[in-house]
Write a protein that binds this ligand. Structure first.
Ligand code: SF4
Length: 380
């Protein structure tokens, strides 16, 4: 998307399929399929909707060999620029790289498999595969799934330092082996932290293209407002070569992420800045994931909307509620929230400030949440 009125930071050019990002190329707007990848028809329908909204890149997660087989089948039916999200199973890159244009790995996930193998060897393996198959890469750092070794190096209250250290280490390694066809993201669900992380990274490594994102921004309109808090100032400073707006949406509406992303770029071009009330840390903050291949029940999206409706009475309280679509990332991603919900196929886990309170049926959990929320309000 054209950014005529923004003076962009000069970054390296990175080719992703038929697209180029960085080096002043238009900011690419991307999204990710929220459907289980193995549900091929649902995923293809979502890809078509995203393509109609002119998505430049579409990311699809692959967790296991079944997802990988589905992604290969999906590839046969679309010419979209596809990025595979490797999640923990980094070795799936060997199966999938011939079928995609980009590989996203999360430095915080590399330690899960083959624990004794140094992360450096895993990154070299990925870069080698990307080279062989003409793929770009993204080093996707996420505040909710940090490498524990990096967390140990910094005080707990400084959540940005480990993210930066992780991203910088990975860039240094990739550069040292001559692999420069990559971009970086540093996502946090708090837009002020995401803003800070991207600005600090851009100051240290101005030449590396950045993928902007506020993770788990939640449902519109609040999720859009939160995203604007980070994106508008970054874009105005010329930071950002591609972006993704991460919203909790019904499957049929996923293209809203593209429509909103393009609008934010237009607004940045027009000189708009975030409004003071776009994100107020003194009010209730609902964080919810955009769902991905791992989502365990589509009812998660409905649940997130019900949580929002059911908690309106707490709007003026400085509390956070995190709603996540799966049991793999759910616990880590809800740890910092006052109340956390993460979904299984038939039940929802509930936690208070990181302590698990139990698992409840989808239609029971809202009453439990209400009790806990009122308890926290009474303590304030
Ligand atoms: S919390 Fe689970 S379902 Fe939601 S986006 Fe993260 S991995 Fe996917």
């Amino acid at each position: 998307m054209s950014t005529a009125n923004i003076v962009r930071k000069p970054t390296r050019e990175v080719q992703i399929g038929n697209l180029k990002i960085g080096n002043g190329n238009p900011i690419a707007v991307q999204s990710m399929c929220a459907t289980p990848t193995r549900q091929i028809d649902d995923t293809l329908l979502q890809i078509r909707n995203l393509e109609q909204a002119q998505a430049d890149i579409i990311r699809i997660a692959a967790d296991n060999k079944r997802d990988a087989a589905a992604l290969i089948e999906i590839r046969q039916q679309t010419n979209a620029n596809l990025s595979v999200d490797l999640q923990e199973n980094y070795r799936l890159a060997a199966i999938l790289a011939p079928h995609v244009e980009k590989i996203r790995y999360n430095p915080g996930h590399l330690y899960h498999h083959e624990k004794s193998k140094p992360w450096q060897d895993k990154v070299k393996y990925l870069a080698d595969i990307a080279n062989q198959h003409d793929c770009a890469m993204r080093v996707g750092v996420n505040a909710g799934s940090m490498d524990p070794a990096k967390l140990d190096l910094f005080p707990k209250e400084d959540s940005i330092a480990p993210m930066l250290a992780s991203a910088l280490d990975h860039c240094e390694l990739l550069d040292s082996i001559g692999f420069t066809r990559y971009c970086v993201s540093l996502k946090d669900s708090d837009p002020r932290k995401a803003l800070d992380a991207y600005q600090r990274f851009a100051a240290e490594r101005p030449e590396i293209p950045l993928h902007l994102g506020v993770t788990e921004a939640g449902m519109p309109p609040e999720g859009v407002d939160k995203t604007r808090v980070a994106f508008l100032p970054l874009l105005a400073q010329g930071i950002g070569d591609t972006l993704r707006v991460s919203l909790t949406l019904p499957y049929a509406d996923k293209q809203q992420e593209i429509i909103v992303g393009k609008q934010i770029i237009r607004d940045a071009q027009a000189g708009m800045r975030p409004k003071d009330d776009d994100f107020d840390p003194n009010k209730l903050n609902i964080i919810s994931c955009p769902s991905c291949s791992r989502v365990e029940n589509e009812a998660f999206i409905d649940l997130a909307q019900k949580v929002k409706a059911r908690t309106q009475h707490a709007e003026q309280h400085a509390l956070s509620i995190a709603v996540m679509g799966c049991r793999v990332n759910g616990p880590g991603e809800t740890d910092d929230a006052d109340l956390g919900l993460w979904c299984g196929p038939n039940f929802v886990n509930l936690s208070r400030r990181g302590e698990k309170l139990g698992a409840f049926a989808y239609d029971e959990v809202l009453d439990k949440l209400d009790v806990e929320l009122n308890g926290l309000i009474a303590q304030q």
